[in-house]
Write a protein that binds this ligand. Structure first.
Ligand code: NCD
Length: 295
C-alpha cells in the first residue's frame, strides 16, 4: 500500500489489498511518536464532533501537532471570498497534511489542487466521506473477523448520505451481499449504484432477521431543499428493542453518529450495538492513514 504523499479524496482510490493492509496496520499500530515534528491542519467548513477530534487525537497520539479551525465558513478568509485553491496553496506551506470538511461536493478536491501536501477528505457535501467508510469497514472486519460472506444492510438516507455512498463503494471489493433499505424518495442514486446488483427494500423489519451488519444512518436534514419533504421521511426507521429481537444473535449495529431518533436509547446496552465502540476504531484507522500518507 503506497499512500505516501497522496491525497485521500475518494474511496475509489482503494483496492482490496490496500484496505486489508490498512486494517492490519490500524489493528497493530502502537502510539509511538512516529509523527513527531509533523503538523496536521484541520479545516472544517461544516459542523463536526467525531471526525475532527478523531483526526486530531490520532495525530497527537502519534506525536504530531495540530492546527485547527472548526468554523472556517465564518472565521477564515473564505468570508473574504478567498478561493479554496488559494487556501490550499497557503495552508500547505504551514502543514504537512490537511484534513478538510466542506458542505459542497468536490470542494476538497478543489483545495487539493492548490495544495503541495496530502489532503484528506473528511466529508464533501453529500458526495463522499471516505475515512468514515474506512473505519466502518474496519469495525466490521474487527468485529466479524471478515468482510466476505456477510449480509450487510445499509439503512436510512441513501440519497444524501455521504457515508452510505462511501460504504457502498468500498464494499464492492468484498464478497458480501448488500441490502439497501430506504424510503422510496431516499434511494441510493443511480450514479453510485453503477449497475451493481443488490436488493432494495423500504421495510427494515422484513429483512433485519437476515442481516449480519445493520449499518444505520441519519436522515441528512441539512441537504434537503424542501423542509416539508424532510418532515415526511424523518423518523422513517427507528431501530428499537423489538426490532433487535428479530435480528441475528451475532449481528452488529453500526452508525457513524450523530443519531437523531433512528436508534432508540434502549439499544445502547445491547452487546450487538457497536456504534460507540466505533469511535476508538476510528482513531486507530486514522492513525494508520495519517502515518501512511506522511511516512
Ligand atoms: C457523518 C457525516 O458527517 O457525514 N458523521 C460523521 O462524520 N461521524 C454522518 C452524519 O452527519 O449523519
Amino acid at each position: 500500500m503506497d499512500l505516501k504523499g497522496k491525497n485521500i479524496l475518494s474511496t475509489k482510490q482503494f483496492d482490496r489489498a490496500m484496505l486489508i493492509s490498512l486494517f492490519e496496520e490500524a489493528k497493530s499500530l502502537s502510539s509511538d511518536s512516529v509523527l513527531n515534528g509533523k503538523i496536521m491542519a484541520a479545516l472544517f467548513f461544516e459542523p463536526s464532533t467525531r471526525t475532527r477530534f478523531s483526526f486530531e487525537a490520532a495525530m497527537l497520539r502519534l506525536g504530531g501537532s495540530v492546527i485547527s479551525n472548526a468554523d472556517m465558513l465564518k472565521t477564515s478568509s473564505a468570508t473574504k471570498k478567498e478561493t479554496l485553491y488559494d487556501t490550499g496553496k497557503v495552508i500547505s506551506q504551514m502543514a504537512d497534511v490537511i484534513v478538510m470538511r466542506h458542505p459542497e461536493a468536490g470542494s476538497v478536491a478543489e483545495l487539493a489542487k492548490g495544495s503541495s501536501v496530502p489532503v484528506i477528505n473528511a466529508g464533501d457535501g453529500a458526495n463522499e466521506h471516505p475515512t468514515q467508510a474506512l473505519m466502518d469497514l474496519f469495525t466490521i472486519w474487527m468485529e466479524k473477523g471478515t468482510l466476505d460472506g456477510l449480509k450487510i444492510g445499509l439503512v436510512g438516507d441513501l440519497k444524501y448520505g455521504r457515508v452510505p455512498h462511501s460504504q457502498f463503494d468500498l464494499l464492492k471489493h468484498f464478497d458480501s451481499e448488500i441490502v439497501l433499505i430506504s424510503p422510496e424518495s431516499l434511494k441510493m442514486p443511480e450514479g453510485i449504484l453503477e449497475g451493481r446488483d443488490c436488493v432494495e427494500v423500504d421495510n427494515l423489519s422484513e429483512v433485519i432477521g437476515d442481516l449480519d451488519v445493520i449499518a444505520m444512518s441519519r436522515v441528512q436534514k441539512e441537504r434537503f431543499d424542501d423542509e416539508s419533504e424532510y418532515e415526511r421521511v424523518a423518523g422513517s426507521y427507528v431501530l428499537n428493542g423489538a426490532l433487535m429481537e428479530m435480528a441475528k444473535s451475532d449481528a452488529i449495529v453500526i452508525h457513524p453518529l450523530p443519531r437523531v431518533d433512528e436508534i432508540a436509547l434502549e439499544v445502547d446496552s445491547d452487546p450487538r450495538a457497536k456504534y460507540f465502540d466505533q469511535v476508538a476504531y476510528g482513531v486507530s484507522l486514522r492513525k494508520a492513514l495519517l502515518k501512511s500518507v506522511l511516512l
